[in-house]
Design a protein around this ligand. Sequence first.
Ligand SMILES: *Cc1c(COP(=O)(O)O)cnc(C)c1O
Length: 378
Amino acid sequence: MNYTIEQLPSPCWLLEEDLLKNNLEILKYIKEKADVKILLALKGYALWKSFPLLKPYLDGCCASGLHEAKLAHETFSKEVHTYAPSFKEDEIEEIASISHHLIFNSPSQFKRFAIQAKEINPNLSLGLRVNPEYSKSPKEIYNPCGLYSRLGTTKKNFDESMLEQCDGLHFHALCEQGADALENVLKHFEEKFGTYISQMKWINFGGGHHITRKGYDVEKLIKLIKSFKTKHDVEIYLEPGEAIGWKTGTLIATVLDIVHNGMEIAILDTSAEAHMPDTIIMPYRAEVRNAGEAGEKAHTCRLAGNTCLAGDIMGDYSFDKPLKIGDKVIFEDQMHYSMVKATTFNGIKLPSIATKKEDGTIELLRTFGYEDFKDRLS
Ligand SMILES: *Cc1c(COP(=O)(O)O)cnc(C)c1O
């Protein structure tokens, strides 16, 4: 059935496939020009029903543990690269059997699981995540190289005794950053770990490359990768998450009520806390279609969630006409991270998921109900 936005259940995430394709075309161009492999980071985007669209463009997925590895194996069926801050004894067998690359966070984990993992899957390529101890990440909570970071092995903790079994090095030091930031990270990476690169088959440059953002210097990225490859003769991987889902869809909600307490407040059938948690954690302000900053247009209104958390607020926005009960409010750019992080906090219903095909028809992929709330409790 073909839906209109009005007919979709509310709230609803709506992927726009033509926008996703635009992002994928940029990644394909980089792959061809730089001879680099690009993986989807499931941590940031895991709408698996859209994977048939992604598969022709990308080389596989990077997973952060057993469940994401299984999802990659079942629904993407190309390369599966699994990294976790630590692996568990009772999960390593299954992870090893379905992964192509297995990346450890520390020499201790490497030594604990390397032999076992290779016995299960002799084709497995083993790697170590290192910490280049350099990052200009805009937010400390998203800085993998911050003070006392547990993510990746520092030069000081590097253990050369595992080099013989180690095929690759991985770093992830960026967050929503440009090619200049990568250039700086590479300098620090080479300075600290350069002596080991000649023994490696691959280097994984992690995620956080904001490749599909307007103004990102794609040509510089290509140049950096090409010169690194020429210098070191290794295979390079990138594993963006956000850049793949960047600006490819919306979260559509409905105004349930308008209350007044010093200002106008619209209560929506969605939630900042449950459905758009990064608006609170990061925090950032989600763009709302046809709305401006508070005070910019004639009618200012606070947009707030339908949970009992006082701080469940998306922010203050302004509109040309006053919002009224039943109006749709469309939050832009909600495909990456929002969906994978959503919860059923306060029993609030998860947004449905729909996709707008390239021919303009809208298909409803999934709705959620009471059972999804109940099933994750006991
Ligand atoms: C989060 C993460 C990514 C993806 O990061 P984006 O900012 O979404 O591109 C890639 N690799 C690792 C190890 C990560 O933790």
